[in-house]
Design a protein around this ligand. Structure first.
Ligand code: BES
Ligand code: MN
Ligand code: ZN
Length: 504
């Protein structure tokens, strides 16, 4: 079911649930709120300020209405102080409320817009994105007791229905919400249903839908290009590898800049011959979350149409042990010519990414960002709150920090001093694919840095962010779609800077 979001006066609206944002300010002065809904004003004033509704973020209260009313029920949704309202609070409150009531069967939702510190555009964008996120079905393979959240309509209850800022927010919120859900879908699929071949098909289908060009390379083509590192990872599996390229070019031609977005697409990571323990191995289907984020971002970029070239590249294969698999100690020659001693076959992400980075440079990118579920160590360093950000280029660090902030995603810069480079020196080849015991996320990033050359590059290690480990009101256990928002904001801001025209 596709969600339609629009504006309508209350008199013409019938919904199952009317969502009413409540500020902590409403407790001391309920007048503005009760005046905007005169027919419910008395009931609102009666509950505001009671322990049941103080306007705190996360607090909700349901008021059932008599049959025949414009709404079956009113849902008061605490969102904190009006002057401190953030897009994150609004998005998460919307997602939580819609999930809760959607699971009970509500499909038509109304929302009383109350901007607080937000603009109509940012308010609408966050509300619509949150609504889309609420509809993602993580348990789509359950055949019994399913209660999928299906939203038919989200109606902004407004007296004037032609505010262009509101409509722009609705448009962007839909584009972003759908892109994030597309990435979540790719990640959520089990590895038997999301092989590299499937991933390439989904990329192709998405590209056709939104008008992007694709180029999908098979094993023979990779061999011709000298991608021995990527092939070394793929060779243990009977599933064929794919190198997925998705291209966006702006409608009226673009300047010289081309942004490369590169995402790790390991559809399942057993560790290979350096086999992982069985416990939690099932989670390794999400080892293509970086690739999924890139494809999600490309989908949104195709619809937002920034004035800049963007190429999405997803190297994809399965990391399996077998009689044909790469052995610890094997040496390969990467596309760039650098040789790598593969000490640990479980450090495979950097092996597929280094050839993808060389390929991106061959395609002429003028800067590149890679996203990867690269190291378990990133969770040790940063916990489950911030993705790791690495770059040798200060402007890229700043650009990605600003983009992440705009997208309500958290990234934290980690160091890449030359001293760490020592840790990936090999006795036999140019470099080896693991450092030592310490600073595992940094040595992994250093490995990638070796392949960036002079091209401004940044790396986001999202291993700690791509999968939500516990159910939350706004987000079920499962894929988060982390990175889509940051990449989209990064591209929009670069387009803006390159053209001096509004890009975001
Ligand atoms: N895909 C894993 C990293 C990972 C771990 C992602 C946990 C999500 C959750 C990666 O390929 C890997 O296995 N990395 C190794 C590197 C080590 C062998 C140097 C790791 O983190 O243990
Ligand atoms: Mn691994
Ligand atoms: Zn991996």
């Amino acid at each position: 079911m596709t969600l339609s979001a629009h504006c309508q006066p209350l008199a013409q609206t019938t919904v199952d649930v009317l969502l009413i944002p409540v500020f902590t300010d409403d407790v001391s002065d309920p007048t503005p709120l009760s005046e905007s809904l005169p027919w419910a004003g008395e009931r609102l004033s009666a509950v505001l300020g009671t322990a049941e509704m103080r306007g705190k973020p996360g607090q909700t209260l349901t008021l059932h209405l008599a049959p025949g009313a414009a709404a079956g029920k009113l849902v008061l949704m605490g969102i904190g102080a009006a002057d401190k309202l953030t897009t994150q609070t609004l998005r998460e409150s919307m997602a939580a409320a819609i999930r809760a009531h959607g699971m009970q069967g509500a499909r038509r939702f109304g929302l009383l817009p109350r901007w607080g510190a937000l603009t109509p555009r940012t308010f609408a964008q966050a509300a619509v994105a949150g609504t889309h996120l609420a509809t993602f079905p993580v348990d789509c393979y359950r055949t019994e007791d399913t209660r999928p959240v299906q939203v038919e309509t989200l109606t902004f209850v407004t007296e004037t229905t032609d505010d262009p800022a509101l409509h722009e927010g609705i448009r962007r919120g839909s584009i972003l919400g759908e892109a994030i859900n597309f990435a979540r879908f790719l990640v959520n699929e089990p590895a038997n249903r999301m092989t590299p071949t499937h991933l390439a098909h989904h990329a192709q289908e998405m590209a056709n839908d939104v008008g992007l060009q694709t180029d999908i390379l098979n094993e023979d083509k990779m061999r011709d290009l000298g991608m021995e590192a990527l092939l070394a990872v793929a060779r243990g599996s009977v599933e064929e590898p794919r190198l997925i390229t998705v291209r966006y070019s702006p409608p009226n031609g673009a300047g010289r800049e081309t942004i490369g977005l590169i995402g790790k697409g390991i559809t399942f990571d057993t560790g290979g011959i350096s086999l992982k323990p069985a416990e939690n191995m099932e989670k390794m289907k999400y080892d293509m979350a970086g690739g999924a984020a890139v494809l999600g971002a490309m989908r949104a970029i195709a619809q937002l149409k920034p004035h800049i070239n963007v190429i999405g590249i997803v190297p994809s294969c399965e990391n399996m042990p077998s009689g044909k698999a790469t052995r610890p100690g094997d040496v390969v020659r990467t596309m760039l010519g650098k040789t790598v001693e593969i000490i640990n076959t479980d450090a495979e992400g950097r092996l597929i990414l280094c050839d993808a980075m060389a390929y991106a440079r061959r395609l002429g990118v003028t800067c590149m960002v890679d996203l990867a579920t690269l190291t378990g160590a990133i969770a040790v360093a940063l916990g489950l709150r911030y993705a790791g950000l690495f770059s040798h280029h200060p402007a890229m660090v700043e650009g990605l920090q600003a983009a992440a902030r705009a997208a309500d995603e958290r990234v934290w810069p980690l160091p890449l001093d030359d001293e760490y480079r020592e840790l990936i020196k090999s006795d036999i080849a140019d470099i080896k694919n693991v450092g030592g015991k310490y600073g595992g996320s940094i040595t992994a990033a250093w490995f990638l840095r070796e392949f960036a050359g002079d091209v401004p590059w940044a790396h986001l290690d999202i291993a700690n962010m791509a999968w939500n480990m516990e159910n939350k009101p706004h987000l079920p256990k499962g894929p988060t779609g982390f990175g889509v928002g940051t990449l989209v904001e990064f591209v929009m801001a670069r387009a803006h800077a390159a053209n001096g025209t509004p890009g975001s």
